[in-house]
Design a protein around this ligand. Structure first.
Ligand SMILES: Cc1cc2nc3c(=O)[nH]c(=O)nc-3n(C[C@H](O)[C@H](O)[C@H](O)COP(=O)(O)O)c2cc1C
Length: 311
């Protein structure tokens, strides 16, 4: 089937892990051959260590889960010394995900990453974070991913990093296409769609929220139709912008659907919590489906749902 192209990046397979669901290094390595995936996308890291949110941080809901992990992590410098080295040792292609509170945080992250740029396949820029630059009230309900100007400022601020940038956007907006366009215009090689959807659940007869933080991010099968719609809409409007599709993919059919909607590659997230080999199963099932259909190269699948009638 050959390699898969995402902008300037070539991967050996379209299936990869989703940030935050596969650890920082080789945590999944005892369950599957990480070098056989397109890439391992590590949990989002900032230029500083961060403690994350109060427990409980995860709550199951029908068809998926809620999380409010709050981007806990050891910081980029620490990860370079440990997680990256481990992933290189097993031959994995590595995508580093970065986050921050302020534009300046992303710029600082880029400065730390630049010296190791040749060891990374891409940097995924997690823009679904609270945005402190925008409002003087420091509202935690707003996200960078909802502000075209700030998306542009972050991506331009990271442009000297020397690694292709994938802008990870939130679908908690009616302006997704405009945000994807802003990312493209600011130099993103690709967009990753989607992050979790905002949600919450209650326990103890409705006396308290299931998550320590109250609301959180909904993921898993229940968001697959939303992710598919997001990928489809962005591909319809911006057909030359590469998309990495993520959201509720648990099997080969759903991965193929993401590609048919317009994704060049697919990430598997929450499914890994139920089965640590989920990525490998999705990879194998997608291979079988493609083989059965006589697909010669991955790119022939990308966007085929549009069939000329979507524009
Ligand atoms: C526990 C958990 C932690 C996550 N952490 C991150 C993160 O650090 N950075 C990020 O960009 N996305 C994070 N995500 C979002 C996933 O990468 C993915 O976009 C989302 O869960 C939808 O895919 P899924 O339904 O396959 O899980 C996290 C998701 C979960 C469930």
């Amino acid at each position: 089937m050959g390699e898969v192209r995402i902008g300037s990046v070539s991967l050996r397979h379209p299936v990869m892990t989703a940030s935050g669901t596969a650890g920082y290094g080789i945590e999944l390595g005892r369950y599957l051959d990480l070098s056989s995936l397109g890439a391992v996308v590590v949990k989002s890291l900032a230029h500083f260590p961060w403690e994350g949110n109060p427990a409980p941080r995860l709550a199951p809901v029908p068809g998926g889960m809620l999380n409010a992990v709050g981007l806990q992590g050891p910081g980029i410098a620490e990860w370079i010394r440990h997680g990256l080295v481990d992933l290189e040792r097993v031959g994995a292609r590595v995508v580093l995900s970065v986050w921050g509170f302020r534009v300046e945080d992303y710029v600082r992250a880029a400065e730390l990453i630049a010296p190791i740029a040749n060891r990374l396949t891409a940097v995924e820029v997690n823009l679904s974070c609270p945005n402190i630059d925008h409002g003087s009230d420091g509202s935690s309900h707003e996200m960078f991913a909802h502000h075209a100007d700030l998306i542009g400022a972050i991506l331009r601020g990271m442009s000297t990093v020397g690694v292709p940038l994938w802008a990870k956007l939130s679908a908690n907006t009616t302006e997704l296409v405009a945000m994807a366009r802003a990312a493209r215009d600011a130099g993103a090689d690709a967009v990753t769609l989607i992050n979790t959807m905002r949600g919450m659940s209650l326990v103890e007869g409705g006396r308290r929220a299931s998550l320590g933080k109250g609301a959180g991010g909904l993921s898993g099968r229940v968001i697959h139709p939303i992710a598919l719609r997001a990928v489809y809409e962005v591909h319809a409007e911006l057909p030359t912008l590469p998309i990495v599709g993520v959201g509720g993919v648990t099997n080969g059919h759903e991965a193929l659907a993401m590609m048919a909607a317009g994704a060049s590659a697919v990430q598997v997230g929450t499914a890994t919590f139920a089965d640590p080999r989920a990525c490998a199963h999705v990879r194998d099932e997608l291979n079988d489906l493609a083989r059965r259909e006589g697909v010669g190269n991955w790119s022939s699948l990308v966007g085929r749902a549009h069939g000329g009638s979507s524009r």
